[in-house]
Ligand binder design. Structure first.
Ligand code: GDP
Length: 194
């Protein structure tokens, strides 16, 4: 997809702050520092729309981006940051659970993981949580440029096996450096918009 316009429309915590209307929506989740902002920026052809390495542990909001007036991206705050207090973690969990369980226009969650390493315990928990609620998941295995091409398939296999990826879910090898996987990511999202 050619992105002609992308703008942040609202930072929301509660459902009454989510944007109105019925545009298809894709949420983006991943542990802090995995490369989620870089993924969003690459997909939207922007340098710094989603702030790269925005400080973890600050205000936790769902950031809604309107793209080409036809869909929303929802940036979910990163998880797994050690210095977050229990009450902050609980608030994060509640916010995500409310969003996931109430948002009818949510088509799929793009779960960003690091291709270099097996998914973390938190990544597996997040995947299981989404599956528990029956949400389709698209795994984005990013930072592919950091490992040799000859090892890509081995790392993809480890990622799938660690997550116990279900047959209905897809996995896309990605790099925000090279743009590897970008067209495929748009095309898989497109299949949810028909
Ligand atoms: P976030 O906390 O998940 O939003 O992660 P960021 O997008 O801020 O990325 C964390 C760090 O990883 C930054 O230094 C990025 O430049 C780097 N990074 C993210 N994606 C890639 C990638 O695909 N390839 C490489 N080489 N570095 C990446």
């Amino acid at each position: 997809m050619k992105v002609n316009s992308a703008e942040i429309v609202i930072s929301a915590v509660r459902p009454n702050q989510y944007p109105e209307g019925n545009l298809p929506e894709f949420a983006l989740a991943g542990r802090s520092n995995v490369g989620k902002s870089s993924f969003i920026n690459k997909m939207l052809n922007r340098k710094a729309l989603a702030r790269i390495s925005s400080k973890p542990g600050k205000t936790q909001t769902l950031n809604f981006y309107l793209i080409n007036e036809i869909l929303h991206f929802v940036d979910v705050p990163g998880y797994g940051y050690a210095k977050v207090s229990k009450s902050e973690r609980d608030a994060w969990g509640k916010m995500i659970e409310t969003y996931i369980t109430s948002r009818e226009q949510l088509k799929a969650v793009l779960l960003i993981v690091d291709l270099r390493h097996p998914p973390s315990k938190d990544d597996v928990l997040m995947y299981d949580f989404l599956k528990h609620y029956g949400i389709p998941v698209i795994i984005i295995a990013t930072k592919a440029d950091k490992i040799p091409k000859s090892k890509w398939q081995k790392h993809m296999k480890i990622t799938k096996e660690t997550l116990e990826l279900k047959a209905e879910d897809s996995i896309i090898l990605f790099s925000s450096e090279t743009g590897e996987g970008k067209d495929k990511a748009w095309s898989v999202m497109g299949s949810f918009m028909k």
